[in-house]
Design a protein around this ligand. Structure first.
Ligand code: ZN
Length: 473
């Protein structure tokens, strides 16, 4: 009897506890229903993975200015046309073409013999002089150290040995700190009369895959060659220098500048139903370093943007504003795509209500990072609720993107897909950035967040605050 009463009470309690859930279910806002449908479509079809696979098959190597860049642009244009985007077209820009070459040979020469070190030319580097370089090495970990030891660098290679700081919570921050020596190494070496820069890879994994990326020269200084050593190679060189401070390194690389060449932004629209002149831009960049296949950087961002368009179209929504997909031509070595877009579309920049770029890899989404401050986050509180309810992250500050930075300077609110960054710098700019290292479900969820954000922005009643950088202009 008591047992029967207990189960009766338990049953009524269960019904009571179910009631709020049922009420909550009835109150699911229409936008969230659509968001769930788009996310499920992305997961069911895994079409983003198909797009990424086909992009890589069409153009595994697609640095701006190379033959692969055209193949990639043609592929993306065909995708846009196939899914029925309006005014799908290519916009030509001019880039400085650079070829990574076939050889980057770095040999450690010690009393024990010679040992080859895994290396890649840095993006935009000059080749080594005919016959290569053989010289002693000065190791430094900071630019201040190089300035202090400057006299010792004359006639030597400078080895920048700073490692990626694994203790940082944000891998993006650790990367920004580590990458300074890649950007400035050749310049600082030229200032102290060195022969070239050997730079420890800016990636997070200690392995034998060198990590390339853009470097800079300064007018009026000798343009010295620079290369990235894998973390393993850098540690071997560091250990050898402790043992044999007078060791030599023999180095030759045949990368080359090829002069001005065309590259293409790929652009297509979902026309707005009631405010077609107002534009929400969803972007990735189609170029990639040829060290890998650019699967995460930024094939994933291209797949996110293209798949977002398909998801929005397939959802039956008629977004008020135009959703524009742009795959930028030249993020890695020059930014001609981002600059070219802002120039060509100068007359409609004021009509861009937001620009979103996915360029942090195809990992599990953690939400959206906005370039504006707290007021932009507050203006997106409703989107934050939807993303949170779907366990797809939150809206937070700290976003943007290189390609959309020219738009940001003109006042366009910018933002980026925020993803789990733990593995990005293990792969980024290395031979490991290939399809096998992209997880279909993670990629699909990133596309879902891109679509949800794009549709939300296209229908938002109140426009986002224009950015502070515009207020200063
Ligand atoms: Zn990128």
């Amino acid at each position: 009897m008591i047992r029967a009463m207990r189960s009766l009470v338990a049953a009524s309690l269960a019904i009571l506890t179910l009631l709020p859930l049922l009420t909550a279910q009835e109150e699911i806002p229409p936008f969230r229903t659509r968001a769930i449908a788009m996310a499920r479509d992305a997961l069911r079809t895994k079409n983003s993975m198909r797009v990424l696979k086909d992009l890589i098959a069409a153009a595994p190597k697609r640095l701006a200015g190379s033959a692969g860049a055209r193949a990639a642009a043609d592929f993306a244009l065909a995708e846009m046309q196939r899914m029925g985007l309006k005014d799908a077209h290519l916009e030509e820009v001019t880039v400085e073409a650079w070829d990574m070459g076939r050889e980057c040979k770095v040999a450690l020469v010690t009393p024990e013999g010679e040992k080859l070190l895994a290396a890649l030319p840095l993006g935009g580097s000059e080749p080594t002089p005919n016959g290569g370089i053989e010289s002693g090495v000065l190791m430094v970990k900071t630019m201040a150290q190089l300035r202090a030891l400057g006299a010792n660098a004359k006639g030597k290679l400078v080895f920048f040995a700073r490692a990626f700081d694994e203790s940082q919570i944000s891998t993006g921050q650790a990367y920004s700190d580590a990458v300074q020596q890649r950007g400035q190494g050749a310049i600082e070496t030229a200032k102290v009369g060195g022969l070239g820069a050997l730079v420890r890879s800016a990636g997070s994994e200690v392995d034998d895959h060198p990590h390339t990326g853009a470097m800079n020269y300064e007018q009026g200084l000798t343009r010295l060659p620079a290369c990235a050593l894998s973390a393993v190679a850098a540690e071997a060189l560091e250990a050898a220098l402790v043992k044999w401070p007078d060791l030599k390194v023999r180095w030759s690389q045949d990368c080359a500048h090829k002069g001005p060449a065309p590259a293409w932004n790929v652009v297509g629209d979902i026309k707005g139903s009631s405010k077609p002149a107002e534009i929400v831009l969803l972007a990735g960049h189609i170029d990639a370093w040829p060290s890998g296949d650019g699967a995460h950087d930024d094939g994933a961002g291209c797949a996110h943007a293209l798949e977002a368009a398909r998801l929005i179209l397939g959802s039956g929504a008629a977004p008020a504003r135009t959703v524009r997909i742009v795959l930028f031509a030249n993020e890695e070595n020059g930014l001609a795509g981002g600059r070219g877009y802002a120039e060509k579309h100068a007359d409609e920049v004021a009509q861009h209500v937001a620009a979103f770029e996915s360029d942090s890899g195809g990992f599990s989404p953690r939400g959206v990072s906005v370039g504006g401050g707290k007021e932009t986050v507050a203006a997106m509180a409703d989107l934050d609720l939807h993303l949170g309810a779907l366990d797809l992250g939150a809206v937070r500050t700290g976003g943007g993107g290189a390609d959309i930075s020219p738009l940001a300077r003109l006042g366009v609110p910018v933002m980026s897909l925020h993803v789990a960054g733990e593995r990005y710098f293990d792969l980024h700019h290395t031979a490991k950035d290939v399809l096998a290292n992209v997880h279909p479900r993670e990629l699909a969820l990133g596309a879902a967040v891109t679509a949800i954000t794009g549709l939300w922005l296209a229908d938002a009643e109140v426009p986002l605050p224009r950015t502070r950088s515009a207020e200063r202009q």
